[in-house]
Ligand binder design. Sequence first.
Ligand SMILES: Cc1ncc(COP(=O)(O)O)c(C=O)c1O
Length: 403
Amino acid sequence: MRPVDNVLRELDELRRRDPDVHGGRLFGLVYPSGRDDIEELIRAVYERYLFSNALNPLRFAAQAGIERDVITMTGDLVHRRATEHHGGAVTSGGTESILMSILVNRERARAKGVARPQILAPNSAHPAYAKAAHYFDMDYVSIPLDDSYRADVAQARRLITEKTCVVVASAYSYPHGILDPVQELAALAKEHGAGCHVDACIGGFVLPFMEMLGRDVPAWDFRVDGVTEISVDVHKYGYVPKGVSVILHRDYDWLWNQTFFYDQWGSGLYATPAIAGARAAAPIVAAWAVMQHLGLDGYKEIVGELLVTVARVREGLGAIGGIDIVGEPIGPLLALKSDTVDLYAVADVMDEKGWHLNRNTDPYGLHLMLSPAHRDVVDDLLHDFSYAVSHHGQSKGRPARYA
Ligand SMILES: Cc1ncc(COP(=O)(O)O)c(C=O)c1O
């Protein structure tokens, strides 16, 4: 047996080798709010729910009610019409939400006699859709992007077939932070009897508040005719620890096609709404608690401040010269490219200075996913970036790796 302090000492040493999740030097992967009240609340929730299990809603009825509230509150954000049915499920993350949506869309197509349905997704869609095709024996067809890095609707129209079960649109995309033409893609999907999944895994807790703040946000949620599913990650810009996303269906009935029922064993009915069996309850309850604490006004305030941070970063990058923002990103995610500067070489210098910028392959460049906590490091970031632009050598050829 090892004494507790000895085990913890080793863990602390190991943790020091990894990036500090609060340091503001990471972009994506973590979404620090920079707010002590939020983090204290989450710690208090975790203490209370550390050992709970979200598997059996009958045994933990109150906890299951909390989970339903998370679905309803998230559904309200994206204008899912109010019904007594929640029409959605909490999953462990964006990938699981996407998998569940694609499974449902596959079942819809199979019900119509399509044996091997097809996913039609923009080239910038998250790899979870390709993963879904791989897991669920489906075909994956990629929609090229237009000059603005949005899904090219004319190409989508060319590629859609009677086998297409779902058209994907990102609100907004991971590689470039760009909102796809959701209305056109949803209309195209509807015209061909397909579903339309809007991936708001990153944008789901940003775009609604931008709209409330009076920003120009083209319609992208359930108010758009033809949108059938929306995935929203609470564990990104909802500021809760990993383990919470919500998949929402316009039609409540389709939720049952992602629910697995089984009673041919010795312990009665087993039913789960997504892939996991036993699930940590703490992240789900933390999502509820943070949403209760912040309310719409709290999130709105955070997003307002975040947009100020984004504007400062954009202005600072503009002042450096030679760095372009890819397309017209709608929110706090900026992809950078350059005709004159080798941005991978810049990233090498930034790596040495302790920043963890992500590299993009298309276009060749960098990826900056800004979180509220970056507010406190904007000046340092721009200072080091400017230095890196003027002092970099040859790129070390470090590849772009997301996972
Ligand atoms: C647009 C988008 N969709 C889906 C996902 C997948 O989410 P997760 O990593 O939580 O599975 C991500 C992750 O970054 C994303 O950016």
